[in-house]
Write a protein that binds this ligand. Structure first.
Ligand code: DGL
Length: 265
Protein backbone atom coordinates (compact mmCIF):
# COMPACT_ATOMS: atom_id res chain seq x y z
CA UNK A 1 0.00 0.00 0.00
CA UNK A 2 1.40 3.38 -1.00
CA UNK A 3 1.24 6.06 1.65
CA UNK A 4 1.24 9.78 0.81
CA UNK A 5 1.92 12.69 3.09
CA UNK A 6 -0.15 15.73 2.11
CA UNK A 7 1.12 18.86 3.80
CA UNK A 8 -0.15 22.40 4.30
CA UNK A 9 -0.17 25.15 6.93
CA UNK A 10 -3.88 24.49 7.50
CA UNK A 11 -6.95 23.17 5.70
CA UNK A 12 -5.94 24.37 2.20
CA UNK A 13 -4.32 21.05 1.35
CA UNK A 14 -7.74 19.43 1.65
CA UNK A 15 -8.56 20.88 -1.79
CA UNK A 16 -5.57 18.86 -3.08
CA UNK A 17 -6.44 15.80 -0.96
CA UNK A 18 -9.90 15.64 -2.55
CA UNK A 19 -8.45 15.65 -6.08
CA UNK A 20 -5.76 13.12 -5.15
CA UNK A 21 -8.12 10.52 -3.67
CA UNK A 22 -10.45 10.88 -6.65
CA UNK A 23 -7.64 10.03 -9.06
CA UNK A 24 -5.78 7.58 -6.82
CA UNK A 25 -8.45 5.79 -4.77
CA UNK A 26 -6.10 2.99 -3.72
CA UNK A 27 -3.61 5.17 -1.90
CA UNK A 28 -3.55 5.91 1.84
CA UNK A 29 -2.85 9.43 3.06
CA UNK A 30 -1.51 11.22 6.05
CA UNK A 31 -2.48 14.87 6.18
CA UNK A 32 -0.28 17.21 8.21
CA UNK A 33 -1.39 20.75 8.95
CA UNK A 34 1.31 22.98 10.47
CA UNK A 35 -1.14 25.27 12.22
CA UNK A 36 1.54 26.18 14.80
CA UNK A 37 3.20 28.33 12.09
CA UNK A 38 -0.01 29.41 10.28
CA UNK A 39 -0.28 31.59 8.21
CA UNK A 40 2.65 30.57 6.00
CA UNK A 41 1.92 33.44 3.63
CA UNK A 42 3.35 35.88 6.18
CA UNK A 43 6.56 34.04 7.09
CA UNK A 44 9.97 34.99 5.78
CA UNK A 45 11.67 32.57 3.43
CA UNK A 46 14.39 31.28 5.75
CA UNK A 47 11.98 30.60 8.63
CA UNK A 48 9.80 28.64 6.25
CA UNK A 49 12.63 26.53 4.78
CA UNK A 50 14.02 25.66 8.22
CA UNK A 51 10.59 24.80 9.61
CA UNK A 52 9.55 22.68 6.61
CA UNK A 53 12.77 20.68 6.50
CA UNK A 54 12.78 19.94 10.24
CA UNK A 55 9.08 19.15 10.60
CA UNK A 56 8.77 17.00 7.47
CA UNK A 57 12.00 15.16 8.25
CA UNK A 58 10.72 14.26 11.73
CA UNK A 59 7.33 13.17 10.37
CA UNK A 60 8.80 10.99 7.63
CA UNK A 61 11.16 9.33 10.13
CA UNK A 62 8.26 8.41 12.39
CA UNK A 63 5.69 7.37 9.74
CA UNK A 64 5.95 5.19 6.62
CA UNK A 65 5.72 7.77 3.79
CA UNK A 66 6.37 6.99 0.10
CA UNK A 67 5.75 10.46 -1.35
CA UNK A 68 5.36 14.00 -0.01
CA UNK A 69 2.86 16.42 -1.53
CA UNK A 70 3.52 20.01 -0.52
CA UNK A 71 -0.09 21.16 -0.93
CA UNK A 72 0.82 24.77 -0.28
CA UNK A 73 1.92 27.38 -2.81
CA UNK A 74 3.60 29.56 -0.16
CA UNK A 75 5.83 26.62 0.83
CA UNK A 76 6.40 25.11 -2.63
CA UNK A 77 7.44 28.38 -4.29
CA UNK A 78 10.29 28.79 -1.82
CA UNK A 79 11.30 25.33 -0.60
CA UNK A 80 10.65 22.75 -3.31
CA UNK A 81 14.23 22.48 -4.53
CA UNK A 82 15.74 22.22 -1.05
CA UNK A 83 13.13 19.65 0.02
CA UNK A 84 13.80 17.57 -3.09
CA UNK A 85 17.50 17.64 -2.32
CA UNK A 86 16.86 16.64 1.31
CA UNK A 87 14.50 13.67 0.82
CA UNK A 88 15.09 10.53 -1.20
CA UNK A 89 11.35 9.97 -1.78
CA UNK A 90 9.45 12.04 -4.42
CA UNK A 91 8.34 15.53 -3.36
CA UNK A 92 5.51 17.01 -5.42
CA UNK A 93 4.66 20.69 -5.04
CA UNK A 94 1.82 23.04 -5.86
CA UNK A 95 2.59 26.30 -7.68
CA UNK A 96 0.21 28.89 -9.20
CA UNK A 97 -1.51 27.66 -12.39
CA UNK A 98 -0.32 30.56 -14.57
CA UNK A 99 0.17 28.44 -17.70
CA UNK A 100 -3.38 26.96 -17.95
CA UNK A 101 -4.87 30.35 -17.05
CA UNK A 102 -2.88 32.00 -19.80
CA UNK A 103 -4.18 29.43 -22.30
CA UNK A 104 -7.87 30.03 -21.53
CA UNK A 105 -7.98 33.81 -21.01
CA UNK A 106 -9.88 35.48 -23.85
CA UNK A 107 -9.35 39.11 -22.90
CA UNK A 108 -5.68 38.56 -21.89
CA UNK A 109 -6.21 39.94 -18.38
CA UNK A 110 -5.40 37.42 -15.66
CA UNK A 111 -5.84 37.97 -11.93
CA UNK A 112 -3.42 36.11 -9.67
CA UNK A 113 -4.76 35.86 -6.13
CA UNK A 114 -2.45 34.19 -3.61
CA UNK A 115 -0.87 34.77 -0.21
CA UNK A 116 1.29 37.90 0.21
CA UNK A 117 4.39 35.65 0.17
CA UNK A 118 3.52 33.77 -3.02
CA UNK A 119 2.75 37.03 -4.85
CA UNK A 120 6.27 38.31 -4.11
CA UNK A 121 8.23 35.15 -4.89
CA UNK A 122 10.90 35.00 -7.59
CA UNK A 123 9.40 31.62 -8.55
CA UNK A 124 6.02 33.25 -9.25
CA UNK A 125 7.60 36.03 -11.27
CA UNK A 126 9.45 33.44 -13.35
CA UNK A 127 6.18 31.56 -14.04
CA UNK A 128 4.58 34.79 -15.26
CA UNK A 129 7.59 35.65 -17.44
CA UNK A 130 7.63 32.16 -18.94
CA UNK A 131 3.92 31.56 -19.54
CA UNK A 132 2.10 34.88 -19.51
CA UNK A 133 4.55 37.52 -20.72
CA UNK A 134 2.03 38.57 -23.40
CA UNK A 135 -0.77 38.98 -20.83
CA UNK A 136 -1.62 41.59 -18.25
CA UNK A 137 -1.24 39.82 -14.90
CA UNK A 138 -2.83 41.61 -11.94
CA UNK A 139 -1.71 40.49 -8.50
CA UNK A 140 -3.50 40.42 -5.20
CA UNK A 141 -2.09 39.03 -1.92
CA UNK A 142 -4.55 38.19 0.85
CA UNK A 143 -4.33 36.46 4.21
CA UNK A 144 -7.96 37.32 4.95
CA UNK A 145 -9.12 34.89 2.27
CA UNK A 146 -7.00 32.16 3.87
CA UNK A 147 -8.69 32.80 7.21
CA UNK A 148 -12.16 32.90 5.65
CA UNK A 149 -11.50 29.45 4.14
CA UNK A 150 -10.32 28.07 7.50
CA UNK A 151 -13.43 29.43 9.19
CA UNK A 152 -15.74 28.07 6.50
CA UNK A 153 -14.55 24.57 7.35
CA UNK A 154 -15.37 25.09 11.01
CA UNK A 155 -18.98 25.70 9.91
CA UNK A 156 -18.89 29.51 10.01
CA UNK A 157 -20.75 31.31 7.25
CA UNK A 158 -18.43 33.12 4.81
CA UNK A 159 -18.94 36.88 4.99
CA UNK A 160 -19.57 37.64 1.33
CA UNK A 161 -19.00 41.36 1.87
CA UNK A 162 -15.56 40.82 3.41
CA UNK A 163 -14.67 38.58 0.50
CA UNK A 164 -15.91 41.08 -2.08
CA UNK A 165 -13.84 43.80 -0.37
CA UNK A 166 -10.70 41.77 -1.07
CA UNK A 167 -11.53 41.74 -4.80
CA UNK A 168 -12.70 45.39 -4.87
CA UNK A 169 -9.58 46.63 -6.76
CA UNK A 170 -10.50 44.31 -9.66
CA UNK A 171 -14.28 44.64 -9.47
CA UNK A 172 -14.12 48.34 -10.36
CA UNK A 173 -12.00 47.71 -13.47
CA UNK A 174 -13.38 47.82 -16.98
CA UNK A 175 -12.59 45.34 -18.40
CA UNK A 176 -12.14 43.01 -15.44
CA UNK A 177 -9.85 39.97 -15.57
CA UNK A 178 -11.74 37.10 -17.23
CA UNK A 179 -9.57 34.45 -15.56
CA UNK A 180 -8.36 34.15 -11.98
CA UNK A 181 -5.51 31.94 -10.79
CA UNK A 182 -6.29 30.66 -7.30
CA UNK A 183 -2.64 30.59 -6.21
CA UNK A 184 -3.27 29.35 -2.68
CA UNK A 185 -4.70 25.93 -1.91
CA UNK A 186 -7.15 27.45 0.57
CA UNK A 187 -8.94 29.39 -2.16
CA UNK A 188 -10.63 26.53 -4.08
CA UNK A 189 -12.54 25.98 -0.82
CA UNK A 190 -14.14 29.41 -1.51
CA UNK A 191 -14.76 28.89 -5.23
CA UNK A 192 -18.51 29.54 -5.14
CA UNK A 193 -18.17 32.66 -3.01
CA UNK A 194 -15.36 34.05 -5.21
CA UNK A 195 -17.33 33.38 -8.40
CA UNK A 196 -20.32 35.24 -6.90
CA UNK A 197 -18.21 38.46 -6.70
CA UNK A 198 -17.77 38.54 -10.49
CA UNK A 199 -21.23 39.17 -11.88
CA UNK A 200 -20.12 38.95 -15.52
CA UNK A 201 -18.55 35.56 -14.94
CA UNK A 202 -14.93 34.54 -14.50
CA UNK A 203 -12.81 31.42 -15.05
CA UNK A 204 -11.32 30.12 -11.80
CA UNK A 205 -8.17 28.06 -12.28
CA UNK A 206 -6.30 26.10 -9.62
CA UNK A 207 -3.59 23.43 -9.62
CA UNK A 208 -5.50 20.61 -7.85
CA UNK A 209 -6.28 18.38 -10.80
CA UNK A 210 -2.81 18.74 -12.33
CA UNK A 211 -1.14 17.84 -9.03
CA UNK A 212 -3.38 14.82 -8.57
CA UNK A 213 -2.43 13.66 -12.09
CA UNK A 214 1.25 14.12 -11.30
CA UNK A 215 0.87 12.10 -8.09
CA UNK A 216 -0.93 9.32 -9.99
CA UNK A 217 1.86 9.08 -12.58
CA UNK A 218 4.51 8.79 -9.86
CA UNK A 219 2.71 5.99 -8.02
CA UNK A 220 3.80 2.48 -8.99
CA UNK A 221 1.24 0.58 -11.08
CA UNK A 222 -1.55 -0.85 -8.93
CA UNK A 223 -0.99 -4.45 -7.87
CA UNK A 224 -4.13 -6.46 -7.08
CA UNK A 225 -2.54 -8.47 -4.24
CA UNK A 226 -2.19 -5.23 -2.30
CA UNK A 227 -5.96 -4.86 -2.14
CA UNK A 228 -5.97 -6.77 1.16
CA UNK A 229 -4.75 -3.63 3.01
CA UNK A 230 -7.54 -1.13 3.47
CA UNK A 231 -7.06 2.49 2.41
CA UNK A 232 -6.87 4.83 5.38
CA UNK A 233 -6.69 8.59 5.92
CA UNK A 234 -5.22 10.09 9.09
CA UNK A 235 -4.82 13.79 9.83
CA UNK A 236 -2.55 15.68 12.21
CA UNK A 237 -2.02 19.25 13.36
CA UNK A 238 0.97 20.76 15.19
CA UNK A 239 -0.72 22.98 17.79
CA UNK A 240 -3.67 22.10 19.96
CA UNK A 241 -6.08 25.05 19.94
CA UNK A 242 -9.81 25.77 19.80
CA UNK A 243 -9.81 26.07 16.01
CA UNK A 244 -8.62 22.45 15.68
CA UNK A 245 -11.48 21.28 17.90
CA UNK A 246 -13.87 23.10 15.58
CA UNK A 247 -12.21 21.64 12.46
CA UNK A 248 -12.35 18.03 13.63
CA UNK A 249 -15.77 17.22 12.16
CA UNK A 250 -14.77 18.64 8.75
CA UNK A 251 -11.84 16.19 8.63
CA UNK A 252 -13.97 13.26 9.80
CA UNK A 253 -16.66 14.13 7.21
CA UNK A 254 -14.01 13.98 4.47
CA UNK A 255 -13.17 10.41 5.47
CA UNK A 256 -10.29 10.87 7.92
CA UNK A 257 -10.26 8.30 10.72
CA UNK A 258 -8.53 10.65 13.12
CA UNK A 259 -7.40 14.25 13.59
CA UNK A 260 -4.67 14.32 16.21
CA UNK A 261 -1.83 16.42 17.58
CA UNK A 262 1.57 15.68 16.04
CA UNK A 263 4.09 16.81 18.60
CA UNK A 264 7.11 18.57 17.13
CA UNK A 265 9.21 21.16 18.93
N1 DGL B 1 -2.52 27.07 1.66
C1 DGL B 1 -1.34 27.80 1.61
C2 DGL B 1 -0.91 28.21 0.23
O1 DGL B 1 -1.25 27.55 -0.74
C3 DGL B 1 -0.90 28.72 2.72
C4 DGL B 1 -1.84 29.66 3.35
C5 DGL B 1 -1.15 30.34 4.53
O2 DGL B 1 -0.84 29.63 5.51
O3 DGL B 1 -0.88 31.55 4.44
O4 DGL B 1 -0.19 29.16 0.05
Amino acid sequence: MQQLLIFDSGVGGLSIFQEVIQQSPNVSCYYLSDNAYFPYGELDEQTLITRLTGLLDAFVKSHPVDMIVIACNSASTVALSSLRAHFCIPVVGVVPAIKPASLISQNNIIGLVATPATIERTYTRALIDEFASDKEVLKLGSTLLVKLAENKLTGKEVEQEALAAVFAPWLTLNPQPDTLVLGCTHFPLLKDEIARCFENGVNLVDSGEAIAKRVATLLPPFKSERLTTAVSYQAFYTLQDRQQLLLKSAFLNLGFESFLLYQYA
